[in-house]
Design a protein around this ligand. Structure first.
Ligand SMILES: Nc1nc2c(ncn2[C@@H]2O[C@H](COP(=O)(O)OP(=O)(O)O)[C@@H](O)[C@H]2O)c(=O)[nH]1
Ligand SMILES: [Mg+2]
Length: 407
């Protein structure tokens, strides 16, 4: 985490008047005492920077600032420092409190929002100290007019933290959510990749599916090379390629055979796991996968598929994964399937596990949001490829290309 260069971190500035709870909010988000909190106004002087991994957004850099309403000669210097922070802020959190003298929306909040808007920086307004006073309807109306989202929060107890994180994800700039390469960063330059693409009943007539095409394109963009084979040809191809390929990527359907054919010295994973990283937060999904071990007969599992295709034959989501799962737990599970944008956000807590498809047709924000909803509901979420690898006993091996140890 600490190795992520600062420039790649999303810079989140925390602004507001003195004593509204900016430092308390940072401490609540990081669950650490990063910034000194006190009832004395003006405790935070220089901006305090804190790098962290804010799941599921990824590496961020929080910047806690001194109050924008500071006074005196030193105060003026502190305000100057705070103003510089606007220039490196990519998301602005405006902390305010209704209980503050002058209410939640003064000339200072107005000024902060202005600075952020001038720079096209998305902002989130936090009504902190919501234990002391409710947000005023007037401020909410102003924020609505400015299209600035807001949340209630209680920094001292952390009450409202999921809503706060959720609101942050919603305003993360699109370009920050740009995913890593699909596969090309996993092998060193010159390394060859073998792609295993079974052509079965489910394969569309006369073409490859999008994740396969995107993977090939990613390899070409990186000036690497690949060989595309069906599972039946893998063995023969592996004996012919010298030096051996760096990585084998397979469709999850053929995971077991491919794992058996591919020597341990060659890394192996699946398209679906590549897309777990591409479309969402892989570490959280890896953690979610471990919940399979806790399933018992009767446990409730939600299987969510982005595409609304008609299942054909031995469909992966409706037939194969349920079968593998039930075999693994040794009994019937209560499995529900949903498709498309139909996701039971409000009843997620009923489930013991959510298994999502690779979501190759969706943008990253939507999967990150679903991960967020699951996290809020305290439900583990994994994806097809990770679940299959786990159920087939090849989880650690399939994650090795990403430098993760499974458990
Ligand atoms: N009641 C209540 N007090 C809070 C809350 N958040 C912060 N405080 C208190 O407000 C004071 C100022 O907090 P601090 O984080 O230092 O504010 P900053 O100056 O904006 O960084 C401290 O005494 C905190 O304990 C909250 O949600 N509720
Ligand atoms: Mg402070």
């Amino acid at each position: 985490m600490q190795t992520t260069p600062k420039g790649f971190r999303l810079h989140i500035g925390i602004f507001g008047r003195r004593n509204v709870g900016k430092s308390s909010l940072l401490n609540a988000l990081t669950r650490q005492q990063i910034s000194i909190v006190s009832e004395l106004a003006g405790t935070t002087t220089d901006p305090v920077e804190k790098p962290m991994e804010l799941l599921p957004i990824g590496p961020v850099q929080f910047i806690d600032t001194a109050g924008i309403d500071d006074e005196g000669a030193l105060g003026t210097l502190r305000i100057q420092k705070t103003n510089e922070v606007f220039d490196r802020t990519e998301i602005g959190i405006v902390v305010s409190a209704e209980a503050q003298s002058g209410g939640s929306y003064s000339v200072f909040e107005q000024q902060i929002l202005n600075e952020l808007r001038k720079r096209n920086v998305p902002s989130l307004f936090v009504f902190n100290k919501s234990d002391l006073a409710e947000p005023s309807p007037e401020t909410m109306e102003v924020l609505d007019q400015l299209s600035v989202p807001f949340v209630r929060f209680e920094a001292t107890t952390g009450q409202g933290i999921s809503e706060l994180r959720d609101a942050l994800i919603q305003i993360v700039p699109e370009d920050f959510l740009t995913p890593p390469p699909i596969v090309s960063d996993l092998v060193s330059s010159g390394g060859m990749i073998v792609l295993v693409v079974p052509v079965d009943k489910e394969a569309p007539k006369g073409r490859l599916i999008l994740p396969q095409v995107q993977t090939i394109r990613d390899i070409l963009d990186a000036h690497q090379s690949c060989v595309v084979v069906q599972d039946a040809q893998l063995n023969e191809v592996l004996t012919r390629i010298q030096p051996p390929p760096a990585l084998v990527v397979t469709d999850s359907q053929a995971f077991a055979q491919v794992a058996a054919y591919t020597p341990e010295s060659i890394m192996m994973t699946s398209f679906s796991i590549l897309f777990a990283r591409q479309k969402g937060d892989l570490p959280t999904m890896i953690e979610g996968t471990q919940a399979i071990a806790k399933l018992r007969p009767g446990s409730k599992v939600l299987i969510a598929e982005s595409c609304t295709h008609h299942p054909i034959g031995e469909d992966i989501g409706t037939v194969k994964i349920p079968n593998w799962l039930q075999k693994y737990v040794g009994g019937e599970l209560a499995i529900r399937h949903v498709q498309g944008h139909d996701f039971p956000t409000n009843t997620l807590s009923e489930y013991d596990l959510v298994i999502h498809c690779g979501a190759c047709m969706w943008n990253r924000r939507e999967i990150l949001s679903r991960q967020m909803h699951c996290r809020n509901a305290n439900v583990p979420m994994t994806n097809y490829g990770l679940a299959i690898a786990y159920l087939l006993g090849i989880f650690d091996r399939a994650l090795k290309p990403f430098n993760f140890v499974g458990h």
